[in-house]
Design a protein around this ligand. Structure first.
Ligand code: ATP
Length: 360
């Protein structure tokens, strides 16, 4: 294991980081995800050495670094605003950490060139930082971070200042670079799509507490709590009560809810009595007419629709609730066009439902 946080806590005036125990493997792309103020940057700063924990230990490569200052840790931080030196060229910015280490100039030249090539800005080496774009500044900061060959690279919302198109491109490159150089990347982000796309694993935070650690697939498809489910993507929720025992041959139980009675698959796990059933919009099908073969069906009315090219997003009013449903363009084209006010049916499969305890 490269990094271990052992019951790390931090208290500021009104903020408390709950005891955090977390292990990150060498070469992993790991993200800390959560809403503003949940403590992501604090965790990053504790690892970087810019804050001291109130209690607990930070272990890097088996060594306790809790009390070490930032420059004595084999960790480099790329800040949101990049913190490049304006009076230096791109080359000099990247070479800076190696000059500090007093490495021989031939080695400095070779390593700077290697890193500038890696982030594809070798041709900009003589420019000063005011002569390069935001994306190029980002690449310079990344090259400067990689040139010292740290064990761990900390990235604090590094893509937030870039325009959407560039952000998408840099996301792909960041992941490719992480895998190519084999350095562990730890990213702080509040952007769930960014975390899903980039990470090997994600830790989801809420109000100073880590709620779940898992792969993007686990976090999305098997969230531990309704908060995680809601934070990682759009959700529809049906609150209800579990009815009866699971049928031995199918594992099915009944759900009694204000929107009707439905079937759920138990999957072996014990279910609480009061549940919140979570359905992702892409897992619900929009039917133009009633079907007798669908196990779970709800009737409603189209309240709103947004055409987004590859898919159309519908809001369907069912009783007092509004459900989101995404329909892929290919599927939509094969069917009757829908308008606001049309009566429709939403169908969902019991195995696509995420069943969580209510109020968790
Ligand atoms: P954002 O996404 O907005 O950057 P975050 O999840 O990274 O948020 P933190 O920056 O870790 O959140 O802050 C967590 C809480 O700790 C906030 O309430 C913040 O005001 C508080 N905090 C952070 N640093 C300090 C400090 N040095 N002194 C006092 N309070 C602080």
């Amino acid at each position: 294991m490269l990094l271990n946080l052992e019951a790390v806590t931090k208290s500021f005036g009104g903020f408390q980081l709950h005891p955090l125990t977390l292990s990150i493997e060498k070469g992993e792309f790991f993200s800390l995800l959560g809403p503003s103020g949940c403590g992501k940057t604090t965790v990053l700063r504790l690892i970087g050495g810019f804050e001291m924990p109130t209690s607990g230990k930070v272990i890097l490569n088996g060594r306790d670094i809790t009390q070490l200052p930032p420059h004595k840790r084999s960790v480099h931080t790329v800040f949101q605003r990049y913190a490049l030196f304006p009076h230096l060229t791109v080359w000099e910015n990247v070479a800076f950490p190696l000059h500090l280490k007093k490495l021989p100039s031939a080695e400095i030249a070779q390593r700077v060139e290697e890193c500038l090539k890696l982030v594809e800005i070798l041709d900009l080496q003589d420019r000063r930082t005011h002569q390069i774009s935001g994306g190029q500044a980002q690449r310079t900061a990344l090259a400067r971070a990689l040139v010292g060959k740290p064990d761990l690279l900390l990235l604090d919302e590094p893509l937030s200042a870039l325009d959407p198109e560039l952000r998408m491109k840099m996301r792909e490159e960041l992941k490719a670079i992480c895998k190519k150089v084999g350095i562990t990347f730890l990213l702080v982000t509040h952007d769930q799509e960014e975390a899903l796309q980039l990470s090997d694993r994600i830790a989801v935070f809420k109000a100073g507490q880590c709620l779940q650690v898992g792969t993007p697939k686990t976090i999305y498809e098997d969230p531990a709590e309704p908060f995680v489910a809601r934070f990682i993507g759009a959700v529809n929720e049906i609150p209800g009560e579990i009815q009866g025992e699971a049928a031995p041959e199918t594992g099915e139980v009944g759900l009694v809810s204000p929107l009707g009675t439905f079937k759920l698959k138990k999957n072996g796990q014990p279910l609480p009595q009061s549940v919140s059933v979570i359905l992702r919009p892409e897992k619900m099908r929009l039917l133009r007419s009633k079907s007798t073969t669908q196990e779970n069906l709800m009737e409603g009315e189209i309240q709103d629709l947004t055409y987004l090219g590859s898919r159309t997003e519908y809001s369907v009013k069912i009783g007092p609730s509004v459900f989101k449903v995404f329909e892929q363009e290919l599927e939509r084209l094969k069917k009757r066009r829908l308008n606001v006010g049309d009566r429709v049916f939403l169908a969902w499969r019991s195995e696509d439902a995420i069943i969580l305890a209510q109020n968790s």
